[in-house]
Design a protein. Structure first.
Length: 148
């Protein structure tokens, strides 16, 4: 495993901790962290139930917090780690924020941006998928099994 893969797993574990917090709050368990220059500048999880807001996805919360932390709307030199593939709404926001890199765990065959809006991210954004995929997917499966 190279250094980038080690860092990706390390930061994805932080996103998984956020997803677990969402799970514990009965929110769909998606977690996100934004990393800039090797340090986490924001962390978030889904808050759609608590805020009664369909736009309160983990990525949206993390982008807002990250922009506030940096004092500007662009996150060009940042990496977003998120446990599940972003939806089209979040992919659009990621594109507008010009996030340099997106790393996600589990794909989302039903709502993921790659199915509906594969060009939504900024053209210079790079994507890595499948980081800790099994753990990310298991948390989602456990959540929805519990709901049934």
């Amino acid at each position: 495993m190279n250094e980038t893969e080690k860092k990706d797993e390390e930061f994805m574990r932080k996103a998984l901790a956020e997803a677990q917090a969402a799970f514990d709050e009965d929110e769909i368990p998606v977690g996100a962290v934004i990393v800039c220059q090797g340090r986490i500048i924001s962390r978030a999880h889904n808050l759609t139930e608590m805020l009664h807001d369909v736009t309160a996805h983990a990525e949206m919360q993390a982008i807002t917090a990250g922009a506030n932390m940096l004092g500007g709307k662009y996150l060009k030199d940042c990496t977003l780690y998120v446990t599940v593939e972003p939806c089209t709404m979040c992919a659009g926001a990621i594109g507008w924020a010009q996030i340099s890199r997106v790393v996600y765990g589990a794909g989302d065959e039903k709502r993921g941006y790659t199915k509906y809006a594969p060009e939504a991210l900024h053209p210079k954004t790079t994507v890595t998928s499948g980081v800790l995929e099994d753990e990310c997917r298991a948390l989602m499966i456990n959540f929805f099994e519990r709901k049934r």
